[in-house]
Design a protein around this ligand. Structure first.
Ligand SMILES: Cc1cc2nc3c(=O)[nH]c(=O)nc-3n(C[C@H](O)[C@H](O)[C@H](O)COP(=O)(O)OP(=O)(O)OC[C@H]3O[C@@H](n4cnc5c(N)ncnc54)[C@H](O)[C@@H]3O)c2cc1C
Length: 573
């Protein structure tokens, strides 16, 4: 084990949320607060660079938008599970972030009058998504990174894989993990931690997420004693490219794209006449599965179901200007030019509404730990996130958590905590076990495939108690088999086999939480659609699920959703 590294603050994750928090802390402390920014991938390869379509913010009161309207859209989109005080804070802060990025030099797309442009997105009743063509996340990340470079007192630990979060006496103590490039084991001690480690998209095989998004931060926090909240709510995005699952951004529908079935009908007319293709994602995805189940879908030569996204009527010039990346993706991955042919699409696992439980400022129940971005469950999104609200959330809570940490730790003279030697030893032994376990018989990649297939088959857009029970039993048996996996590569440098094993352990814990939470929730709300409990049940279920780790599996409890202004009503579009 190498000597312990010390920083005042550690940030686990260098995606949008982590970078925004780093910039906030660097500038608020005049560059003097020591920040350690840890990422298992190269900084600019964090998943956020893949965000395409836009970032929601109320920018045009003079043209009819308002904070109330953005908040109402978000609350209604959440199927009334969002904590409404959080939503109110969010809508007020999101425009400040857009302007702040503008000042830091981001090339937002512009209207003819030179003002920042905005495009429509699903579930929003005003064109509210600020964007940079269809590469919004990339430009946001690059702008934040460029800004961070103006400050000195931060250090990046790229390609460091964190394996555990140390908490003792309800106080954050430090992180332990591997420098993947050398295989050396390290400890990082900090007075505070911001977990900005992203979601858990690769719980599924058919997903929009990069293979690096394996829910490590969530799983480590859960095992360390923090609660995971609302993990049953997993978003299925309507337009995953068939067969890969690569995202075709909602921007394509925002710019006017149609969803059509095998008869060429714009079938959303049957399900959401008012919003058509721009209904919220949970509704569009359910409508698509219904079309397929009722025989109006198409099939690939390999037998995969799909529907089509039709952009032809937009014309080549508009597609090139607004959706160049979408055109490139379709041409490269399925050989279809959307200027001339519709794109084959199917609902695809896309986003974790759930995450680590925290308060409105991202502070967790553990002293010294904050959470931001997709890893957090501030409960902004409730049971269903509106498109373009996530990148905005990353920016808003990156800023808030950064500010909170500086206020609390900058002048306080708090001493560095001690990381217990026993904890470090236990973690080191865990890694050594995998490296030396040459007798394991389970193939970890086969097991991972089975897990993802189970999630794809049994924990999809529609669920039943029977399917969920079956999935839970399988996941529990996978967990037993996991103990017997074999890491074939015994080397230390760039041991991706070892990383895959650690990630699989994280996915298994999260799958168990997601499915147990879904099985317990006997209603349909937002992205959680139970065929056996088809109605929303506000009397019994207007509450958040909390899952705590126990050796026997997740222990579930509940807390009420916070309602400030908007009483739940029937959700129609
Ligand atoms: C294809 C796609 C397009 C999207 N488009 C949009 C959009 O247009 N608008 C919108 O609002 N939302 C969009 N989203 C959602 C949005 O992009 C994400 O929710 C958001 O970017 C997540 O950012 P984050 O900072 O929380 O996490 P990430 O960007 O995922 O970053 C996580 C960080 O944690 C690090 N990390 C994780 N585990 C470990 C570990 N064990 N050790 C060390 N480091 C670790 C990673 O290396 C990474 O740096 C899109 C999502 C997808 C999949």
């Amino acid at each position: 084990m190498e000597n312990s590294i010390q920083h005042d603050v550690l940030i686990l994750g260098s995606g949008l949320a982590g970078l925004r928090a780093a910039v906030e802390m660097a500038r608020r402390s005049n560059g003097r607060l020591s920040i350690g920014l840890v990422s298992k991938v190269q900084l600019m390869r964090s998943h956020s660079v893949a965000a395409e379509g836009g970032t929601a913010a109320m920018m045009r009161p003079e043209e009819g938008d308002s904070f109330e309207l953005h908040a109402w859209d978000t609350v209604k989109g959440s199927d009334f599970l969002a904590d409404q005080d959080v939503v109110e804070l969010f809508v007020k802060k999101a425009p400040e972030e857009i302007i702040q990025l503008e000042h830091w030099g981001i090339p937002w797309s512009r209207r003819d009058d030179g003002r920042i442009d905005q495009r429509p997105f699903g579930g929003h009743s005003f064109p509210r998504a600020v964007y940079a063509a269809d590469k919004t996340g990339f430009f946001e990340m690059q702008t934040l990174y460029d800004t961070l470079l103006k400050f000195d007192n931060w250090k990046r630990y790229d390609e460091w894989f964190i394996t555990a979060i140390a908490i003792e006496d309800n106080q954050f103590r430090g992180l332990v993990g591997l420098d993947v490039t050398t295989g050396k084991f390290h400890t990082l001690v900090g007075k505070a931690l911001i977990i900005a480690a992203g979601g858990a998209g690769t719980l599924y095989g058919f997903t929009t997420y990069s293979q690096t998004v394996t829910g490590d931060g969530l799983a480590m926090a859960y095992r360390a004693g923090l609660a995971l909240e609302d993990m049953e709510f997993i978003q299925f995005h309507p337009t995953g490219l068939v067969p890969s699952g690569i995202l075709i951004s909602e921007a394509a529908r925002g710019e006017g794209g149609y969803l059509i079935n095998k008869n060429g009908e714009r079938f959303m007319e049957r399900y959401a006449k008012g919003k058509m293709e721009l209904a919220p994602r949970d509704m569009v995805s359910r409508s698509m599965i219904t079309e397929i189940e009722e025989g109006r879908g198409l099939k690939t030569a390999e037998g995969r179901n799909y529907l089509q996204l039709d952009l032809r009527h937009l014309g080549e010039a508009k597609i090139n200007e607004r959706l160049p990346f979408i055109r490139e993706l379709a041409m490269q991955f399925v050989g279809i030019d959307p200027v001339h042919e519709p794109i084959p699409i199917h609902p695809v696992a896309h986003y974790s509404m759930g995450g680590i439980a925290c308060d409105i400022n991202g502070a967790t129940a553990v002293e010294g730990i904050w959470v931001a971005g997709e890893a957090a469950c501030t409960s902004l999104h409730g049971a269903n996130r509106l498109g373009s609200n996530s990148t905005a959330e990353c920016l808003v809570w990156g800023q808030i958590t950064g500010e909170q940490v500086v206020e609390k730790y900058w002048h306080s003279g708090v001493a560095f905590p001690k990381l217990s030697a026993a904890f470090v030893k236990e973690q080191e032994e865990r890694l050594e076990h995998w490296l030396s376990n040459s007798t394991g018989t389970e193939n970890l990649y086969a097991l991972r495939r089975e897990l993802r297939q189970t999630m794809d088959d049994d924990v999809g857009v529609f669920r039943t108690g029977e399917e969920l029970q079956q999935a839970l039993s399988k996941i529990q048996s996978f967990k037993l088999r996991y103990r017997n996996i074999r890491v074939r590569d015994a080397n230390r440098v760039y041991n991706t086999d070892l990383i895959a094993a650690l990630e699989l352990g994280n996915l298994l814990d999260l799958a168990e939480v997601a499915v147990a939470s879904a099985l317990a929730r006997q209603e349909s709300r937002g992205a959680h659609a139970r065929r056996d409990f088809a109605e929303r049940d506000d009397e019994n279920w207007l509450k958040h699920t909390l899952a705590h780790f126990t050796l026997e599996g997740p222990k579930l409890s509940y807390k009420p959703a916070r309602i400030t202004m908007w009483k739940p009503v029937e959700r129609k579009y």
